[in-house]
Design a protein around this ligand. Structure first.
Ligand SMILES: N[C@@H](CC=O)C(=O)O
Length: 327
């Protein structure tokens, strides 16, 4: 079952099999002006930096502050992405990051309406609703079904540290048998149980956790075909180069560069760990982006907060320490 304007699971697999930048995806940061509205120009500049190096963007992902947004705000940033992506040759995954099953289904309907037929949406990224107690398999299936029944391609999104629930292997297997439009899995848990435990072979597996890419890549003996990394906001060229090195069999070069990126990103996550607001994916990457590209508005977060100037100064030092030029 595939909806009008939707991409089939096979086409999604072919897209990633094309290799190179197609295997690198970015959960794009969201930019705000001083009055809190979307900064369309900063977003366009950001996509210009990303486009040569990524297959597409996830909008809004956790890094794009999707969990903090209302449905209206999610649709506003999606609209911008759909306007900007085709001219830059990149595709869009829609992040369905909403607190309840009803709100997930509502955003999926509205996003499909916005995209219409023949759009550049590659699919939905579908996380569990937020729950104080872990949801069981039946409850997760009930929450996912309305989106799966739209026929749009779907990546199930493992994010227990935010949602409170873990998608079990048995559910992934059943849904992928029942719904051919389950195209893949994005796992940001850092535990990788589904990929390591033998997820159905036809699925495209994407890693969303930060860290060294090499051992998790197919070429490095790992299970993941692609990577959807918050750090692609700051290091798109380097992560693209790592994948190119891997594909060309230059394992040593890939390992050295991937290790350097991972070390800088690790330091940035440690830097923002003490911040009592925002989320670490956003805060770490906004601080690094501000330092690396001089994107001044990058310090502004959803809801009117800003990253403190001492955090921005240390981000600059982190870049220098790991040999990356700053603005
Ligand atoms: N790649 C991620 C990071 C966390 O899952 C995203 O969606 O922003």
């Amino acid at each position: 079952m595939n909806a009008p304007g939707s991409v089939t699971g096979d086409a999604v697999a072919d897209f990633f099999a094309a290799g190179g930048r197609h295997r690198l995806w970015c959960p794009a940061l969201t930019f705000y002006t001083e009055d809190g509205s979307l900064d369309e120009e900063a977003f366009a500049r950001h996509l210009d930096r990303l486009a040569p190096h990524v297959g597409g963007i996830l909008v809004p992902g956790s890094t794009g502050e999707g969990w903090q947004m209302s449905e209206r705000e999610s649709l506003d940033v999606l609209r911008l992405a759909l306007q900007a992506a085709p001219a830059r040759g990149i595709r869009v995954l829609v992040g369905l990051l909403r607190p309840s099953a009803g709100e997930i289904a509502s955003l999926a309907r509205a996003a499909a309406d916005l995209a219409g037929a023949g759009s550049d949406i590659l699919g939905f990224t579908l996380a569990a609703p937020l729950a104080a107690e872990p949801m069981d398999e039946a409850a997760l299936e009930a929450a996912f079904r309305p989106v799966l029944e739209t026929g749009r391609s779907v990546f199930l999104y493992q994010l227990p540290q935010v949602t409170g629930s873990t998608i079990p292997a048995s559910l992934l297997e059943r849904l992928s048998e029942r719904f051919p439009n389950v195209a893949g899995l994005k796992d940001s848990s850092g535990e990788d149980a589904l990929a390591l435990g033998g997820a159905p072979e036809r699925l495209v597996l994407l890693r969303g956790a930060e860290g060294d890419v090499v051992p998790w890549s197919l070429e490095g003996g790992g299970p993941y075909r692609g990577f959807l990394l918050s750090s692609a906001n700051v290091f798109p060229a380097e992560l693209h180069a790592v994948l190119a090195d891997l594909e060309a069999g230059r394992l040593e070069e890939a390992t050295a560069l991937s290790g350097r990126v991972a070390a800088a990103v690790g330091d940035a996550f440690a830097l923002v760990a003490m911040l009592p607001f925002g989320n670490p994916f956003t805060n770490a990457n906004k601080a690094l982006l501000h330092a690396r590209f001089g994107e001044r508005g990058a310090a502004r977060l959803h809801g009117g907060r800003s990253l403190p100037s001492d955090v921005l100064a240390v981000a600059q030092q982190i870049l220098h320490r790991h040999g990356f030029a700053g603005a």
